[in-house]
Design a binder for this molecule. Structure first.
Ligand code: ZN
Ligand code: ZN
Length: 134
């Protein structure tokens, strides 16, 4: 019983951590954020739970940024921007994935398209500002 309760507490802490941030963290970043309040949660536990959440559709994986997998608790389709300088991942919530793009993908492939991950890359505003002052 005790073990199950502990597992559940850890599971919730990891999920809440991801839901409480918009930084699209990696497993390492989640582990670091949990350190002060939950020092008993290991990196292996974070990895295991993130992959579980992903399979359950509670979170989505954005794929890898600079070789490191990043996660998003927002599973609704939305557009991302990835900074190639600092690996920041930003939401472009105001921007919709255009319907025409999906129709065009169906025409080209002959397949039924029901999802799309659209990601832009470049230099984020913070990095642009740093460049200007440097
Ligand atoms: Zn940046
Ligand atoms: Zn996102």
């Amino acid at each position: 019983m005790e073990a199950t309760h502990k597992q559940f507490r850890k599971r919730n802490a990891i999920l809440n951590c991801l839901r409480g941030t918009d930084t699209h963290p990696s497993a390492e970043m989640v582990h670091q954020m949990l350190q002060s309040e939950h020092p008993d949660i290991s990196l292996a536990t974070v990895y295991r739970n993130l992959s579980l959440f992903k399979n359950q559709g509670l979170i989505q994986s954005l794929g890898t940024v600079n070789g490191i997998e990043r996660f998003d608790a927002n599973t609704a389709p939305h557009v991302h921007f990835i900074c190639t300088s600092c690996s920041a991942v930003l939401d472009l919530i105001q921007m919709n994935v255009p319907e025409a793009l999906q129709r065009s993908a169906e025409e080209c492939s002959g397949c039924s398209v029901d999802g799309c991950q659209l990601t832009f890359s470049g230099t984020c505003r913070d990095c642009l500002a740093k460049r200007e002052t440097a």
